[in-house]
Design a protein around this ligand. Structure first.
Ligand SMILES: NC(=O)c1ccc[n+]([C@@H]2O[C@H](COP(=O)([O-])OP(=O)(O)OC[C@H]3O[C@@H](n4cnc5c(N)ncnc54)[C@H](O)[C@@H]3O)[C@@H](O)[C@H]2O)c1
Length: 417
């Protein structure tokens, strides 16, 4: 029948049948199809609208591509004390920042504050990840277009390192290897590495210059020295730009009071002197336990070089600015002045207005008597000088933050996704 009818209507009507057939079918389905198309379009529009309300969304992943004139820095350990201050400074200076942190020691509250301060798309993202997981780290490098890495993430307590050495070699040395491998694989060519004066051990001659031989005496210092050695060996085979910054004792906090130092309560025993002073001033602990008052120093207590975190992050930005392919820069970051623990405690008493009780105990294993820097190399080559050298003033700024954050950062905040 069909054949007949077709043959009867050919050649002209064949076409017309075809079209009319089509016309019939469209005229029946048209309303349904149109409704479907409109619904799909509406749905897509609603999805785009919702996504656009999400912080950080701009249609494509901005962090995945290099933008001309924008330097994208991976800040490992950016939820920690120094890393969060560095992130704040980088963002203020218009860098794009990705923080990677496993929050083992840092504070999500610090990240939340930074995200609130810089909510614009493409400024800051946070990735919750462990640097010990090489596959995850590789994926992070594959999915993001980093221009430079500031590698802060580490466990960083001398006393703890003597009790748990393997943890330190794993977290510091082995994780730095993971970072280096990912940088090599994904062509990221600038590294600013957080090292420490603990890599020098207890040199006979003060002040410490970058040429002072490195003989670390505790697992923390040894793990950092090994990481430095790996970086230096690798740098000889590539055109990588490397800056190794050996910090002395870091104190202070953001002068505008947005960030502070908030170690986990369980780390208090391991903690650093400024944290312990503040805890004593707030009455969280009964007083200060100074470990060792029989060192060969001017008042028997250890001598250290206290560098304010604001100056320290300034050194990082200058190092990043001056980093050049195939060049390695190694710098001490300190004030060049040694202060005794007793002097520190006196400054802390003045800054807090509290007459802190002090007990003098036995020496702590792994500690050294006197350490202070010669910062002339970084002064000359990076045009960097410590500005915040008034101990009492640095402690007053930090104390202001401590007083207004009795429980540290607000931990009720959720991890941002
Ligand atoms: N604070 C000092 O006085 C001082 C002195 C010299 C050197 N440094 C170095 O500076 C860097 C930062 O120290 P800080 O005082 O800010 O310490 P911190 O503990 O406050 O911060 C370290 C951060 O690294 C993160 N982290 C640790 N292991 C990680 C892992 N496996 N994966 C992902 N994230 C991880 C922690 O969660 C934390 O947020 C460290 O490398 C430290 O060795 C510090």
């Amino acid at each position: 029948m069909l054949t007949t009818s077709r043959s009867r209507n050919q050649p002209r009507a064949g076409r017309s049948w075809f079209f009319s057939g089509m016309d019939c079918s469209v005229s029946r389905r048209k309303p349904q199809l149109l409704v479907k198309i409109i619904m799909v379009v509406l749905l897509i529009a609603v999805c785009i609208f919702i996504l656009k309300q999400t912080p950080g969304f701009s249609g494509t992943n901005v962090f995945a591509k290099h933008d001309f004139g924008v330097t994208h820095v991976l800040v490992t350990g950016g939820a920690g004390y120094i890393g969060s201050h560095a992130t704040l400074r980088l963002l203020k200076d218009s860098y794009r920042v990705t923080i990677v942190d496993n929050l083992s020691r840092g504070n999500i509250g610090a990240v939340q504050i930074l995200l609130k301060l810089f909510p614009e798309p493409g400024r800051l993202q946070f990735i919750f990840a462990d640097l010990g997981d090489a596959k995850v780290v590789d994926r992070i490098f594959a999915q993001n277009a980093f221009d430079a890495v500031m590698h802060f993430a580490a466990v960083a307590y001398v006393g703890e390192s003597t009790l748990e050495p393997l943890r330190y070699y794993h977290n510091i040395t082995s994780n730095t290897l993971v970072i280096l491998e990912s940088m090599a694989k994904h062509g990221v060519k600038t590294l600013i590495y957080s090292s420490t004066c603990a890599t020098y051990g207890e040199p006979e001659k003060m002040p410490i210059t970058e040429k002072t031989p490195q003989f670390p005496i505790n697992p923390y210092g040894k793990a950092k020295k090994m990481a430095e050695d790996m970086i230096l060996d690798f740098s000889k085979t590539t055109d990588m730009a490397v800056m190794i910054l050996r910090y002395f004792n870091v104190i202070g906090s953001d002068p505008e009071g947005r960030l502070g130092e908030a170690p986990r309560p369980e780390l208090r025993e391991q903690g650093r002197i400024s944290g312990a002073c503040f805890d004593a001033a707030r009455g969280i602990i009964p007083g200060l336990k100074v470990k060792g008052a029989d060192y060969h120093t001017r008042d028997g207590t250890c001598i250290r070089d206290y560098i304010d975190v604001t100056d320290l992050v300034d050194a990082h930005v200058k190092a990043l600015d001056k980093a050049r392919p195939k060049n390695v820069g190694i710098y001490n970051v300190g004030t060049g002045k040694g202060r005794s623990v007793k002097e520190f405690v006196e400054a802390c008493k003045k800054a807090t207005g509290v007459d802190i009780k002090v007990d003098y105990l036995e020496r702590r294993p792994g500690d050294y008597a006197e350490v202070y820097s010669d910062p002339s190399k970084i002064n000359k080559e990076l045009n960097w000088t410590a500005e915040y050298t008034d101990l009492e003033q640095s402690l007053r700024i930090a104390w202001r933050w401590q007083k207004s954050h009795i429980n540290g950062y607000d931990t009720s905040l959720n991890i941002p996704t």
